[in-house]
Design a protein around this ligand. Structure first.
Ligand SMILES: Nc1nc2c(ncn2[C@@H]2O[C@H](COP(=O)(O)OP(=O)(O)OP(=O)(O)O)[C@@H](O)[C@H]2O)c(=O)[nH]1
Length: 370
């Protein structure tokens, strides 16, 4: 299914997993890794932000998770780092069957696919593009970023995720739009990324080398940018980020060694600016809950906390990445810093965590995992 390399060895399919900020890529990946039924899946995580939150969230499932941090892989000036990872993962003793690259939520899929198709890694073959779509945010995201339509057209498999957050009529409407934007592409609905792991190994996603029907060429990909007469965005002397989704976004990272006061953090989150689309990371509430760190996820106006036990001897830290358009990063960092430290005496009581606990999903809401 995955072809052979020039030396007669098996080529390992490289699947690119994309989707806008917060659509559920890491959740889907964790589901795949937990349910891989003996399959050996390697993961390359591309985080956008100085703290590698996604790499931490996808940790510990297989021996082969590597992180390509701080910057968008689609704009990696030097693709040799990726080639190095791929070379390591394709060594026969790793016995990897498939490699999944989780792109940052702001990556340009066509750039990533182009990197795989044109890179210098003989042990691999491009295995297709899986695009995750947030059913609840679909309309708003498309309005803000019409280029998402173009991304969908390149997909080999579309996963319509977060269907638990929309009414059936809306799910069907979004499905119909997706079918129009990506005609003929397999489309499956999911909640918490619970798709059948075998789908990744399906020929539609991982095409045999001699069956290039859906495999995009360099020319297809470049033409797809709609600027055939302009210099390639990565050509010398051009702005490598021109026209890319992430050119409009700023990312700031926050780390604190002192615990955060839950009430002050909730006030910060409740008044977060419209442009601050994504917040993710882990929070230490100190005495508020000494046994757990709280994974924090904000996507648009959606907010969730997931308590998870601190590891033995794990350093108590708060680490957050904030991503938004038109945000004042310095101000946000100052506001977060003001959440550090113990609560004022008249605010320190048993109810301090209530505001946070309101956003912890119950078992019925879905997996208690980020
Ligand atoms: N209700 C609901 N929440 C979901 C679903 N899938 C993921 N989530 C939640 O959405 C938030 C974001 O999920 P992630 O998997 O981190 O999203 P992501 O695409 O990896 O995010 P970025 O890497 O920032 O682009 C988390 O709080 C998840 O628990 C779903 O199907 N339903």
């Amino acid at each position: 299914m995955s072809g052979t390399d020039p030396a007669g060895g098996r080529r390992i399919p490289v699947v690119v997993l994309t989707g806008f900020l917060g659509s559920g890529k890491t959740t889907l990946l964790n589901h795949l890794l937990r349910n891989r039924a003996g399959r050996r899946i390697a993961v390359i995580v591309n985080d956008f932000g100085a703290i590698e939150i996604d790499a931490m969230t996808v940790a510990g499932q297989v021996g082969s998770t590597v992180s390509f941090g701080n910057g968008c892989l689609c704009c990696a000036v030097d693709a040799s780092e990726l080639d190095g990872y791929l070379e390591r993962l394709t060594r026969p003793d790793a016995r990897i069957e498939i490699i999944v690259i989780e792109a940052s939520g702001l990556a340009e899929p066509q750039e990533l696919v182009r990197m795989i198709l044109t890179g210098d890694h003989p042990g691999t073959v491009y295995g297709g593009l899986v695009q995750v779509v947030d059913a609840a945010e679909f309309d708003a995201t498309r309005t803000r970023h019409p280029e998402i339509d173009r991304h969908l057209a390149l997909a080999d498999l579309v996963v319509l995720n977060k269907t638990d957050r929309v009414a059936e009529a809306d799910r069907l409407r979004v499905r119909a739009s997706l079918a129009e934007l990506s005609p003929g592409t397999p489309l499956i609905s999911s909640s918490y990324g619970r798709i059948d792991p075998e789908l990744l190994f399906e020929p539609a996603v991982a095409p045999p080398e001699d069956e290039k029907a859906r495999q995009l060429t360099f020319e297809d990909l470049y033409a797809d940018e709609g600027h055939p007469d302009e210099p390639h965005p990565h050509a010398a002397g051009t702005d490598a980020h021109h026209g890319h989704l992430h050119a409009a976004y700023d990312t700031v990272s926050f780390t604190a060694t002192a615990p955060l006061d839950p009430r002050r953090l909730m006030r910060f989150l409740d008044s977060r600016p419209e442009g601050l689309y994504r917040v993710k990371g882990f929070v230490d509430f100190g005495d508020g809950d000494p046994a757990n760190r709280y994974a924090l996820h904000a996507v648009g106006r959606f907010l969730r906390f997931h308590p998870e036990p601190w590891g033995p001897g794990e350093e108590r830290l708060t680490q957050l990445v904030l991503i938004g358009a038109g945000i004042d990063g310095d101000r946000l960092l100052k506001e977060l810093a003001a959440c550090e430290g113990p609560a004022a005496r008249d605010e320190a009581d048993d109810r301090a965590m209530w505001g946070v606990l309101r956003y912890v999903p119950s078992e019925e809401d879905g997996p208690n995992a980020p």
